[in-house]
Design a binder for this molecule. Structure first.
Ligand code: CP
Length: 304
């Protein structure tokens, strides 16, 4: 039995196979429409979500399976003090696989120690979000035609953004990748991530102004400043509008730039950018469903 707790749980070969499978599902949805008949996915979301929870549920339904779960801790017995371990032990009696989001870093990993069915980390605090990373990889591969030889800029809250940490860990395994980190000093990429890059000799630069580097990027990964992770509201208000990608900045970018964002967006991309063909973030949302279908099949060892 396999869990998916961190993107590094998957080898590069397994990631490529998942992306291939997702592409095949996109091309041949009918082939897969009954393969999960009789299987159940539980979505246990102790923290808010729109895309991750609903795309997991849509994915399971499109494969012919069923879903159950809760979308906030207060509608579960967690509100009465039940532990995460007891919750997953209980839910494993009703479901074949669990997708779990929790505000505490490491909570899905701890849950996996006692859970007799596969657990998928659907986001744990500011730590990891491996299925968003699979979504991002599929988006980059479809939009750019490759996952190597890329200059990738990450912009915004690189400290608390779990999608950023997971995607860096995934992309650094591909060939000839260079990272450009664009953030205020207060929201820099954590040292433990930078140390991993240094250890593997992967090139990166850190800058504060998006305008200075946007013209050098193949991919721009915009992120929201994560209000829920700040200890101090004043600090959040000071930093929240550090970056706004607008049409003026897009003028400075390459014609083949791919702009990604894990969403939700608050104010960091002007809605006027949405109609630019380089804005990939709503296509990215759609790809998330297909890659989660591929992942459910892998972890439940379902073949067609
Ligand atoms: N990208 C992402 O995790 O979105 P949600 O918080 O809406 O699930």
């Amino acid at each position: 039995m396999r869990h998916l707790l961190d993107i590094r749980d998957l080898s590069l070969e397994e990631i490529d196979q998942l992306l291939d499978r997702a592409e095949d599902i996109i091309e041949n949805p009918k082939k897969y429409s009954e393969c999960m008949h009789g299987k159940k996915l539980a979505t246990l979301f102790f923290e808010p979500s729109t895309r991750t929870r609903l795309s997991f549920e849509a994915a399971m339904m499109e494969l012919g399976g069923n879903v159950l779960g809760f979308s906030e801790a207060k509608s579960s017995s967690a509100a009465k003090g039940e532990s995460v371990a007891d919750t997953v032990r209980t839910v494993s009696c009703y479901a074949d696989i669990i997708a779990m989001r929790h505000p505490r870093e490491g909570a899905p990993t701890a849950a996996a120690q006692v859970c007799p069915v596969p657990i998928i980390n659907a986001g744990d605090g500011g730590h990891n979000h491996p299925t968003q990373t699979l979504t991002d990889l599929l988006t980059i591969r479809r939009e750019k035609g490759r996952l190597n030889q890329l200059v990738i800029g990450f912009c915004g809250d690189l400290k608390f953004g779990r999608t950023v940490h997971s995607l860096i860990h995934a992309m650094m395994r591909y060939e000839d990748i260079r990272f450009v980190f664009i953030s205020p000093k207060e929201l820099r990429v954590p040292d433990y991530v930078l140390e991993t890059l240094q250890k593997h000799g992967i090139g990166y630069t850190e800058v504060e102004k998006l305008e200075d580097v946007i013209g050098t990027l193949d991919v721009l990964y915009m992120t929201r400043v994560q209000r829920e992770r700040f200890f101090n509201e004043e600090e959040y208000l000071r930093l929240k509008d550090s970056y706004v990608l607008d049409l003026e900045k897009m003028e400075l970018a390459r014609k083949d730039l791919a702009v990604l964002h894990p969403l939700p967006r608050v104010n960091e991309i002007s809605v006027k950018v949405d109609s630019d063909p380089r804005a990939c973030y709503f296509r990215q949302v759609l790809y998330g469903k297909f890659v989660r279908e591929a992942l459910l099949m892998k972890l439940l060892e379902v073949e067609v």
